[in-house]
Design a protein around this ligand. Structure first.
Ligand code: DQA
Length: 146
C-alpha cells in the first residue's frame, strides 16, 4: 500500500540553485522535488513536498503530517540550529521522522554544530546534496517496513 510522506523544507531553501551554489549546488528545490517524486515510485511512497520561510508554518506542516502521513522528512535549514518550536512539534509525532541536510553542518561554522532537531528524530542524513533527500526516503521506507 502506498504511504504518504511529508518532505518539509525550511527557510531559504526556495533559493536553491542561486544560493551559495558552492555549498548547496545547482539544483533548485523544484528539481529536488521532481527527483523525490520520481524516486517515490520505486518505494510506494506518496510525497507531499512543502517549503516555508516561516517557523510557525513549518510547525503547522509537522502537525498536519502527524494527522495525514506515515512519516516526515525535514530539512529545517537555519531553524535546525534555533527552533524549540520545531523540536517540540517533531517530538509530538508518533510517526517516524528524519532530519536531512544538503551540506554537512558539522564541517561548517560552529553555530551550525548544534541541532535542536537531532534529539527528537529517528536519524539524520547530511552532506550528500540532493541525494540526502533520496537516502532519507529509502531510510523511512525501510523503517515503515520493519
Ligand atoms: C542546511 C544547513 C543549514 O545549516 C543551513 O542554515 C541551511 C541549509 C542544509 O541543507 O545543508 O539553510 O539545512
Amino acid at each position: 500500500m502506498t504511504k504518504i510522506i511529508y518532505i518539509i523544507n525550511g527557510p531559504n531553501l526556495n533559493l536553491l540553485g542561486n544560493r551559495e551554489t558552492e555549498i548547496y549546488g545547482q539544483s533548485t528545490l523544484n528539481d529536488i522535488e521532481n527527483k523525490c517524486k520520481e524516486y517515490s515510485k520505486n518505494l510506494c511512497l506518496d510525497i507531499v513536498f512543502k517549503q516555508s520561510n516561516i517557523e510557525g508554518e513549518i510547525v503547522n506542516f509537522i502537525q498536519e503530517a502527524g494527522n495525514k502521513a506515515s512519516g516526515v522528512i525535514i530539512n529545517p535549514a537555519a531553524y535546525t540550529h534555533t527552533s524549540v518550536a520545531i523540536h517540540d512539534a517533531l517530538k509530538s509525532l508518533i510517526v517516524p521522522s528524519i532530519e536531512i541536510h544538503l551540506s554537512q553542518p558539522a564541517k561548517r561554522e560552529s553555530f551550525r554544530h548544534k541541532s535542536f532537531v537531532a534529539e527528537v528524530v529517528n536519524g539524520t542524513i547530511s552532506g550528500f546534496g540532493p541525494n540526502s533527500y533520496l537516502l532519507a526516503m529509502k531510510a523511512i521506507d525501510d523503517l515503515l517496513k520493519s
